[in-house]
Design a protein around this ligand. Structure first.
Ligand SMILES: *Cc1c(COP(=O)(O)O)cnc(C)c1O
Length: 456
C-alpha cells in the first residue's frame, strides 16, 4: 500500500506521455487470424489492402511482431492539445456506494469530438496526408468517429466524406453540423449515391441503416475516387494500436502511485477503446508478469462476445470488405435501435476476439435501462454526463464495486469512460420520461444472423 494520498485526478506531464504505441499482437502466442480475401479465400496481401487503406496503415495492420511503434512527432503534438487525459479516482462514487473498492476511470471525453476516437483519427489522417492523398471516406454510427475524423482532417487540410447511419443523421442533427463545421461532407446511409446503398435501399426500403451498411458505402466511395482511401474507427488492429495511448497513460499514472488494478473494465463495440485501455496490462499478462481480470461489456441487444460465434465474417453488410475472424452475430444481423449507437456493430476486433477465445478476458452483456440507471447514478456524484456507450462500463464497475461491499474486499477497479453524452440527450429524455425499453433478443433472431455467415 502506498502511503501517498492519491489525488482525485492523476495527470501526467507532457514528458510522461507515451512516445510509442504498444502493439499487443507482438506478445500474443496465438496471433489474431489474418484478414481474408473473400474471392480467393487467401490472406489479404499488402498490395490488395493498399487499394483500400493508406500504405503505412496497412503496414501497421499486418505487423504482428513489432511491439513498440514510434508515434510521429506531429501526432504527438496534436495529442498534446487534448491529452494526457485524466485518470480520475472516483472517491465520490465510492462513498455513495459505500464500497471498500477503489474505483478509477480514464476519461476520454475531454475534447470537442467527445470521445477516444480522436486518438486514432489523427493518426489515420496523418498517414493519409503523408502519402499525398486528397481525402478519406468513412462511416459513422452515433457520430463520434465521424466528428473525430472531421476534426483531424480539418486540422491537416484533408477532404473528409462521412456516411452517417440514417437514424443517427436524423436523431443527431447537431453532430452533423459539428462535422460540417470542420469541413466534412456528411451523407445519410443508406444513400442513393453508391451502388451498394441503392441495393440495400431496394431490399430494405425505409431502413434506418446500420454501421455495416455505411461501411460498404464508404469503401465503395473511396475505391472509386482518385486520391482517396477508406479509414475505419474501430475493429482493425491499427486502431487498437493507436488507442494503446489510453492504456499506456493509465499504466504510467497508476504506477506513479503503486496501484495495481485487479479488474479492468471497458465497453466493447468494435473493441478499440477496450483494446487500447488493456493493451499494456494484457501485455504483462501474456508475458506472465502480472495477472488482471479484464471485462468487456456489451449491450444485450448486440452481444457479439456473449452470444456470437468465433468465425470468419464480413465486416460490412454489403460484403465488400475482407473477411475477418472474430466473434460475430453475422453481417446480416440488424440490431434493435438502442441508444448506444457506437456499440451496434455485429462483429468484434479480431485481436480481442482471439484473446477472449484464449480465456484471457471475460465478457458481460447488459440491458440498456440498467445502463442508464448507472449513467444517472454516476452523473449525479461524479458530475460527468457519460455517453451511453461508456455507461456500459460504468454499469459493470458499479456492480463489481457492490460485490466488494458484500465481501469487504478493497479491490482496485479501473474502467474506461470513453466519452460524453451531450449528443445523446434524446436517449436521456427517453430514460427520464420512463419510456426506455429493453428489447429481448431471441435465439431465432440470432440464428437469422448466423445464417448470413459466409462459408470459408
Ligand atoms: C465508438 C464508441 C465506443 C465503442 O467503440 P469501441 O471501438 O468498441 O471503443 C465506445 N464509447 C464511445 C464514446 C464511442 O464513441
Amino acid at each position: 500500500m502506498s502511503e501517498q494520498k492519491i489525488p482525485y485526478k492523476i495527470y501526467l506531464s507532457e514528458e510522461e506521455m507515451p512516445k510509442y504505441w504498444y502493439n499487443v499482437r507482438a506478445d500474443m502466442k496465438n496471433k489474431p487470424a489474418p484478414l481474408i480475401n473473400p474471392a480467393t479465400k487467401q490472406p489479404m496481401t499488402f498490395d490488395e489492402l493498399r487499394h483500400v487503406f493508406c500504405d503505412e496503415l496497412v503496414r501497421q495492420e499486418l505487423d504482428e511482431t513489432t511491439a513498440y511503434i514510434e508515434i510521429p512527432q506531429e501526432i504527438r503534438d496534436f495529442y498534446k492539445m487534448y491529452r494526457p487525459s485524466p485518470l480520475v479516482r472516483a472517491y465520490c462514487l465510492e462513498q455513495k456506494l459505500g464500497t471498500p473498492a477503489h474505483i478509477y476511470y480514464k476519461f476520454e471525453g475531454n475534447n470537442t469530438s467527445g470521445s477516444h476516437k480522436l486518438n486514432s483519427a489523427i493518426a489515420q489522417a496523418y498517414y493519409a496526408k503523408q502519402q499525398g492523398l486528397k481525402g478519406v471516406t468513412t462511416e459513422t454510427g452515433a457520430g463520434q468517429w465521424g466528428t473525430a475524423l472531421s476534426m483531424a482532417c480539418g486540422y491537416l487540410g484533408l477532404d473528409c466524406r462521412v456516411y452517417m447511419v440514417k437514424v443517427s443523421y436524423e436523431q443527431k442533427p447537431f453532430r452533423r453540423e459539428v462535422m460540417r463545421t470542420y469541413g466534412a461532407t456528411v451523407t445519410p446511409s443508406p444513400s442513393e449515391t453508391t451502388a451498394v446503398g441503392r441495393k440495400i435501399l431496394s431490399e430494405f426500403p425505409g431502413t434506418g441503416g446500420s454501421l455495416g451498411c455505411a461501411i460498404s458505402e464508404a469503401v465503395e466511395d473511396a475505391t472509386n475516387r482518385e486520391g482517396y482511401r477508406y479509414v475505419l474507427g474501430s475493429v482493425l488492429n491499427q486502431v487498437l494500436l493507436h488507442q494503446s495511448v489510453i492504456g499506456l497513460e493509465t499504466k504510467t499514472a497508476l504506477d506513479k502511485y503503486g496501484v495495481k488494478p485487479d479488474i479492468i473494465i471497458g465497453c466493447a463495440g468494435g473493441g478499440s477503446n477496450l483494446g487500447g485501455l488493456i493493451s499494456p496490462f494484457m501485455g504483462e499478462k501474456l508475458r506472465g508478469e502480472a495477472d488482471y481480470r479484464i471485462i468487456a461489456v456489451e449491450p444485450a441487444s448486440c452481444p457479439s462476445f456473449t452470444r456470437g460465434r468465433f468465425a470468419y465474417d464480413f465486416c460490412d453488410t454489403g460484403k465488400v470488405c475482407p473477411l475477418a475472424k472474430m466473434y460475430t452475430l453475422g453481417s446480416g444481423f440488424m440490431p434493435s435501435p438502442i441508444h448506444a449507437g457506437g456499440l451496434r456493430f455485429h462483429g468484434m476486433s479480431p485481436t480481442l476476439s482471439q484473446l477472449y477465445h484464449d480465456g484471457l478476458m471475460e465478457a458481460r452483456a447488459v440491458k440498456q435501462t440498467e445502463v442508464f440507471k448507472a449513467a444517472e447514478q454516476f452523473a449525479r456524484v461524479e458530475g460527468i454526463l457519460p455517453a451511453p456507450e461508456s455507461s456500459h462500463a460504468i454499469r459493470v464497475a458499479i456492480d463489481e464495486a457492490i460485490k466488494c461491499r458484500e465481501t469487504g474486499e478493497a479491490k482496485n477497479i479501473v474502467f474506461g469512460l470513453t466519452g460524453t453524452g451531450y449528443f445523446d440527450l434524446y436517449a436521456y429524455e427517453k430514460f427520464n420520461d420512463g419510456q426506455m425499453v429493453d428489447s429481448e433478443l431471441t435465439d431465432e433472431e440470432i440464428e437469422k444472423g448466423f445464417a448470413t455467415l459466409p462459408e470459408v
